[in-house]
Design a protein around this ligand. Structure first.
Ligand SMILES: [Zn+2]
Length: 120
């Protein structure tokens, strides 16, 4: 499963952030997933839940936020969202589009629990 290696990369970021902030635990992760990122959100969640066992994110939930594919027409400068993978300008019909967003994955936020937060 391709998503497993993506999640492994995500955990490197989580562990680094937790160390940086002296956190004991990761409680939630929000991940922006572009529609052209090459990853299925449901499979990312499945992979995350498999991977988190025994880690500092054991009780964390992965929340995926879908990011639409935004493009710009190089012919007329129109900016619009691409649906159904039809890569043609909605204004002038040109096929020469620059993709502005929707092709990558990005950690939007990480919720950490530090010792100060722990209830006594
Ligand atoms: Zn155009």
């Amino acid at each position: 499963m391709h998503e497993m290696s993506l999640v492994a990369g995500l955990f490197e970021i989580l562990e680094e952030k937790a160390r940086e902030h002296g956190a004991r635990r990761v409680t939630a992760v929000r991940l922006r997933v572009g529609r052209l990122a090459g990853a299925v959100p449901e499979l990312l969640v499945t992979a995350f839940d498999m991977y988190k066992k025994g880690t500092l994110a054991e009780e964390a939930a992965l929340i995926t936020v879908p990011v639409p594919v935004l493009v710009r027409c190089r012919a007329c400068d129109e900016k619009f969202e691409v649906d159904d993978y039809v890569f043609q300008c909605v204004a002038c019909g040109a096929p020469d589009l620059e993709i502005l967003s929707g092709t990558d994955m990005l950690v939007e936020s990480i919720e950490l629990e530090t010792d100060e937060d722990a209830s006594l």
